[in-house]
Design a protein around this ligand. Structure first.
Ligand code: AMP
Length: 569
């Protein structure tokens, strides 16, 4: 692990990665051995009768594949302080809350120092490759990151989102400094009590240090787009703050105010310059490089459920490259982007064989797993993780496609969450299918110079037969005629054979497009934050089930118009 002030050697990190990936199979065996030895005393492993075996075959024979649901009773006991070393050798003292946007409620997973170490390893690896292609000088980065609160569980464990546990680790600051990712915002802004105030101050700090900013990013692309949408509303207020050297009284958090007051100095010239830049832009195209002339790229996770935000992100980024970040989850990191010049749409992630033990369930043969180096190019798999924090053969619920190999480790394309999103009877539509349908229909909106800000879906079974409901928030004005066409296009764009045949015989009713008021998806984000989530991990729920009453209520309260498809009449 990096110690304070330790230099970061890009060449050495790349050399190390090359060596590890050349020998991925034995590195995987060694990683499994280490995990099983370190945790040999865990009751969970003892109960499974491993009797000290640490080889992949013995492991597969004794330890079952599990989902989060299978582990929930044990995790609950750990949270309650009853069995903190049930899953691991050393007791678990911290829990991560995964965003759980798919299920509508956050899930707890164990967090420990080893996960912190693997996080650094993945950050260092992708930074080394990124810096080879886009070298950055010592400078600052405008990173829209937010820490939610940590809290203490009934059993005395610390709990927070994985990113919160990471940011709040005392080693985080010095480690990130070593890989030249010094945030332009002080920690008080990242740890602020109110997300909206933190975001405003992230923007303000970015502007104060704008010449020094080397890249602009966030954990997920959604937060970058969101930040610049807010900029479009707040830019004049930001200019006023810079002109007068006084922070707007909208920011009330005392620790943020105290630190921002030290940074702000009256600078009318700079304020005028920023003002002119904003006025000179056409519909905010190229805003990021205009404000941050030395930024080399825009950085954050841009694949999977983040793809719908790419269009808007490119608009803000102008000619700056978009670089997707790494692939991981609260359960552990998986793979790094080692080809940063590849656009997000075709990006792949190379698995780090030393950070966990990975198995893959072929989608064509779901009762078996293959090892990391046994996967086949062109095939799709569900990922199974064994990590150093007490998860053994854990089905993550993500589907990936093997696109090639970096030495002997696979390069994965993220395909989708494995759970079906929309299904009524014989139809099967995934998150990806919904995204493609929305993209197709959104093209029609362009005629009216409108765009989809965000979207989600719902299966409505309250009428017979059930039907799909797609919720859109749009910006700009679209005519009735165009929106009716969009609705029909959505219906036609679900090409799954089950859906099409069920629609034809009316086993599935007419698809409904419901437009919601501007700001509805912001309300959904706020709702998620109230539940203890963190913006840094936020992913818009792409399907809202009946259990997600809060979000469903927000959506129905904000519907302004409904359209019914006649595509199959
Ligand atoms: P969370 O545990 O809440 O941080 O969410 C983790 C989930 O986010 C993963 O299981 C993936 O579904 C998704 N995810 C993380 N990284 C990526 C990535 N690079 N591309 C696409 N999806 C990702």
């Amino acid at each position: 692990m990096l110690e304070k002030e330790q230099e970061f050697d890009v060449e050495k990190v790349i050399e190390n990665f090359e060596a590890l990936t050349k020998d991925a199979e034995s590195v995987q065996r060694e990683t499994l051995r280490r995990i099983l030895e370190d945790n040999a005393s865990a009751e969970y492993l003892q109960n499974l009768g491993l009797h000290g075996r640490t080889d992949p075959d013995g492991f597969k024979a004794c330890v079952p594949l599990v989902t989060h649901k299978d582990l929930e009773p044990y995790i609950q006991r750990i949270i309650d302080g009853e069995a903190s070393s049930f899953l691991t050798g050393k007791p678990i003292t911290t829990m991560s809350l995964s965003s759980g946007t798919t299920q509508g409620k956050p899930k707890f997973v164990p967090w420990n120092d080893e996960l912190f170490d693997t996080t650094l390893q993945i950050y260092q690896t992708s930074f080394a490759f990124r810096n080879k292609e886009f070298p950055i000088q010592n400078g600052k980065v405008l990173n829209f990151i937010y820490s939610s609160k940590q809290f203490i569980t009934k059993g005395g464990l610390i709990a927070g989102t994985a990113t919160t546990n990471l940011f709040r680790d005392p080693r985080y600051k010095s480690s990130m400094k070593a890989i030249q990712s010094q945030c332009s915002s002080p920690y008080e802004v990242i740890f602020g009590s109110d997300f909206h105030q933190s975001l405003y101050c992230h923007l303000l700090c970015g502007l104060i240090f704008r010449e020094e900013i080397q890249w602009v990013g966030s954990t997920f692309a959604h937060s970058i787009v969101h930040a610049f949408r807010v900029f479009e509303q707040a830019w004049e207020e930001l200019c006023t703050d810079i002109r007068e050297g006084v922070l707007t009284n909208r920011v009330t958090d005392p620790s943020i105010r105290a630190v921002m007051e030290k940074l702000l100095k009256p600078d009318p010239e700079e304020a005028d310059l920023i003002y002119k830049k904003c006025v000179g832009l056409s519909n905010w195209y190229g805003l990021i490089p205009e404000l941050f002339p030395n930024a080399k790229y825009v950085y954050g996770i841009m694949t999977g459920s983040m793809e719908p935000y790419l269009k808007k992100l490119r608009h803000y980024a102008g000619k700056l490259p978009l670089v997707t970040a790494d692939y991981g989850s609260s359960e552990g990191w998986i793979a790094a982007n080692v080809n940063p010049k590849i656009p997000p749409e075709s990006a792949t992630y190379a698995v780090l064989p030393q950070i966990g033990y990975f198995e893959f369930v072929p989608l064509t043969q779901i009762d078996t797993t293959v090892g990391l180096t046994e996967v086949k190019v062109g095939e799709e798999y569900e990922i199974v993780i064994t990590n150093p924090a007490g998860l053994y053969r854990y089905r993550l619920g993500d589907v990936v496609k093997v696109m090639g190999f970096h030495n002997s480790t696979p390069e994965l394309k993220f395909v989708r969450r494995s759970s079906l999103l929309l299904t009524i009877n014989i139809d099967k539509n995934t998150e990806k299918d919904l995204q493609l349908a929305v993209e197709e229909a959104a093209k029609l909106l362009a005629k009216d110079k409108a765009e989809v800000v965000d979207f989600t879906s719902h299966v409505d079974l309250s009428t017979e037969p059930g039907h799909y409901v797609i919720f859109w928030e749009i910006s700009g004005e679209a005519s009735e005629q165009v929106l009716t066409q969009c609705c029909n296009c959505l219906d036609k764009s679900f090409v799954d054979a089950g859906y099409v045949s069920a629609r034809k015989v009316k086993w599935i009713g007419d698809l409904e497009l419901r437009l919601v008021r501007r700001g509805t998806f912001q309300k959904i984000l706020d709702h998620f934050l109230e539940l203890g989530g963190a913006v840094s991990q936020y992913k818009t729920p792409r399907c809202v089930g009946p259990a997600n009453i809060g979000v469903l209520q927000i959506l129905s309260d904000n519907v302004v118009m409904k359209y019914l498809s006649n595509a199959f009449n």
